[in-house]
Design a protein. Structure first.
Length: 291
């Protein structure tokens, strides 16, 4: 649990950018990004079809990877979050949420925070407050937020709820990318994400609203207008999630959270919108399709 030396910090920072290669106007290696996206989509859909528990396990694995990526990224800025207690706590939070519900999720998060504090203080007081704060950040974002996916999964028609959540959120990125590449002229937040445009944001809203209006009646027997409203709400929250991570990466001076997903960067570079959207969709679907 000792702090990395300066050379280690430089190696962490150097490992963050995604591999170079031919890129589209939006800055991605499009063929590789599409192939990677398809693999991730098939993995998520496959576990969702097999059994809810299989998808819950996938969430746990994703959160352990996300904890590792966040810890590596924050280490570039001199923040050294304890890995073991946060990673174990992330799995515990997902399991607790799936088996026992929202109260168990909150209880597991509180226990994990205490465990992180004890773990770090046992290694010495120097920098402990800083490192515990980093651990608490990772505990909240993305681990606690991902717990809402486990809550959704455990509900009646949980697999369909997860499908609706993922497909609407994914189309925020797809619509924003397509409209941004073709029509994008007015930057939305040039200091945080230079390639994100207001035209792309409009594409996200339209795409999410259309997809929501289609999938809600087909999967959960809701009204088309409820799906359209949900989609229109998802798009700005997904965009905010993307901008939050862009702000974090820009502050740390890194391009991507890691380079483990070809054409995309790190797993957190794909989860940034999803983890911000999931609490909204969880609440909305409890209204649209109550138990």
């Amino acid at each position: 649990m000792t702090e990395p030396q300066p050379a280690t910090r430089r190696s962490i920072k150097a490992a963050a950018p995604a591999p170079a290669g031919p890129s589209s106007r939006a800055g991605r290696n499009l063929p590789v990004a599409i192939a990677s996206g398809l693999v991730l989509g098939i993995l998520a859909a496959g576990t969702l079809v097999i059994h809810p528990v299989a998808f819950a396990v996938l969430i746990c694995v994703a959160m352990v990877v996300a904890v590792w990526e966040m810890r590596q990224a924050l280490a570039v800025g001199g923040l050294f979050a304890p890995f073991a207690p946060v990673a174990i706590g992330a799995v515990s939070m997902i399991a607790a949420a799936y088996v026992r519900g929202a109260e168990a999720l909150v209880f597991a998060a509180a226990l994990t925070l205490v465990a992180t504090l004890i773990w770090r203080v046992a290694d010495g007081m120097t920098g402990a407050l800083r490192d515990v704060g980093a651990g608490a950040l990772i505990l909240l974002y993305p681990c606690f937020l991902a717990g809402f996916a486990a809550l959704m999964l455990a509900e009646p028609q949980g697999q369909w709820r997860i499908f609706v959540f993922i497909i609407i959120t994914v189309f925020s990125d797809i619509g924003g990318y397509a409209f941004g590449v073709v029509l994008g002229k007015h930057p939305m937040a040039p200091k945080l994400s230079p390639k994100k445009s207001w035209e792309g944001f409009a594409g996200s809203v339209v795409s999410c609203a259309v997809v929501g209006a289609i999938v809600i009646p087909l999967t959960l027997d809701g009204s088309w207008w409820q799906g359209a409203v949900l989609g229109a709400l998802v798009a700005p929250v997904a965009t905010i999630g993307d901008l939050i991570e862009s702000s974090l990466k820009r502050n740390l001076g890194i391009k991507d959270m890691s380079n483990i997903i070809p054409g995309h960067g790190g797993l957190m570079d794909r989860l940034d919108s999803l983890v911000m959207v999931v609490p909204l969709v969880w609440v909305a679907l409890r209204i649209i399709a109550p138990h």
